[in-house]
Design a protein around this ligand. Structure first.
Ligand SMILES: Nc1ncnc2c1ncn2[C@@H]1O[C@H](COP(=O)(O)OP(=O)(O)OP(=O)(O)O)[C@@H](O)[C@H]1O
Length: 326
């Protein structure tokens, strides 16, 4: 459904001079610098898959998404999105995909969301019956009924984002690019949006590429992740494989009425230790044996075994790349 080969994008940016004298001089002789935002990335995403696209600030995620959505022309490389070359901007291409950017609104600010929906109906030439059916489904899934006729500018961020998603999905795109769809939302609304995306994908087999700084979005929605750093793809594969490779331990949290005296470092790396609680990073192969030992020899109130937090795994992935690069 999405195929990208050796994609590059560089921007030519004007270098600003620090001092006013230099700034005046350079009015005549401007200096430019080339920023390589995306460097030779290749990947394929089959129909119906949700892929998490991760990377630190400025890594090249938005630039890649904009190229995939046809908003930016690549410097070089090949792309096929649903069989189309995005930057050719064919009307059929626009009808089969949607881009939602958490930081940018496509709703018309001064009118209620329902009127933006009607504008989209006209733009995408959606048949009356299909429009009604799709709208009903989206209104129900996203709980939009009370918001439809309110002024868009009066909506809260979370209410607006739910309307943004509806506006983006009215024409039933087969491919969805979601750039930070939950940014700035409270935990409850984030959860709602996540559930909606998962349900919508299940129902319609929509192909989704998602960027998010919230690891909760990624762990809830994506089995596969791609990590980009300094414009290069440094990982493309299952999230669980990355976790096993970079963090070959589990987080073992044990609660006691009072932490007993023990040589905790014999069991694993001590992450936290308090009055009634010990958190250890225990090698995956030893988790079962260590837990059994604790239950047998100590008066344990509760024991909890988890994968390491995703933030930790991703940070390690960046660090690995940096140490390879140096
Ligand atoms: N229009 C532009 N002109 C010049 N440089 C740009 C432009 N757009 C992006 N860049 C640069 O390209 C690089 C990649 O930016 P991009 O916005 O794709 O990163 P990102 O991974 O989406 O970051 P974030 O998580 O902060 O949104 C950055 O160095 C950025 O400054």
């Amino acid at each position: 459904m999405i195929e990208v080969q050796h994609l590059h994008k560089s921007f030519r940016v004007h270098v600003r001079q620090a001092g006013w004298l230099d700034a005046v001089r350079h009015l005549w002789k401007r200096q430019y610098q080339v920023v390589e935002a995306v460097k030779d990335i290749s990947f394929t995403i089959p129909k119906g898959e949700i892929v998490g696209f991760l990377g630190p600030n400025g890594a090249g995620k938005t630039t890649t998404m904009k190229m995939l959505a046809g908003l930016l022309h690549p410097t070089s490389g090949k792309m096929s999105v649903g069989g189309f070359v995005p930057f050719e901007q064919r009307p059929e291409f626009k009808k089969m995909m949607s881009l939602v950017m958490g930081q940018k609104s496509q709703l018309i600010w001064d009118i209620p969301p329902m009127e933006t929906f009607l504008v989209n109906k006209a733009i995408y030439e959606i048949d009356d019956r299909i429009f009604r059916r799709t709208l009903d489904e989206l209104v129900e899934l996203l709980e939009l009924q009370p918001l439809l006729t309110k002024q868009t500018r009066s909506l809260s961020l979370g209410q607006r984002m739910r309307c943004e998603l509806a506006a983006a999905l009215l024409h039933r795109p087969a491919i969805l690019f979601l750039d930070e769809p939950t940014i700035g939302l409270d935990v409850h609304t984030q959860e709602k949006v996540r559930r909606f995306i998962a349900e919508y994908n299940r129902e319609h087999q929509t192909t989704i590429l998602l960027t998010s700084h919230y690891m909760g979005d990624v762990t809830a929605l994506c089995d596969r992740i791609m990590i980009i750093n300094y414009g290069q793809l440094i990982y493309d594969g299952e999230l669980s494989v990355l976790t096993e490779k970079l963090a070959p331990y589990k987080r073992l949290e044990v609660r006691f009425s009072e932490v007993p005296n023990a040589r905790w470092e014999d069991y694993g790396e001590v992450a936290e230790i308090e009055d009634s609680r010990v958190v250890l990073r225990v090698n995956r192969e030893r988790v079962a044996e260590v837990s059994a030992h604790f239950l047998q020899h100590f008066h344990v109130h509760d024991i909890n075994i988890q994968d390491p937090p995703m933030e930790e795994v991703i940070t390690r992935a960046f660090q690995e790349e940096l140490s390879h690069g140096s």
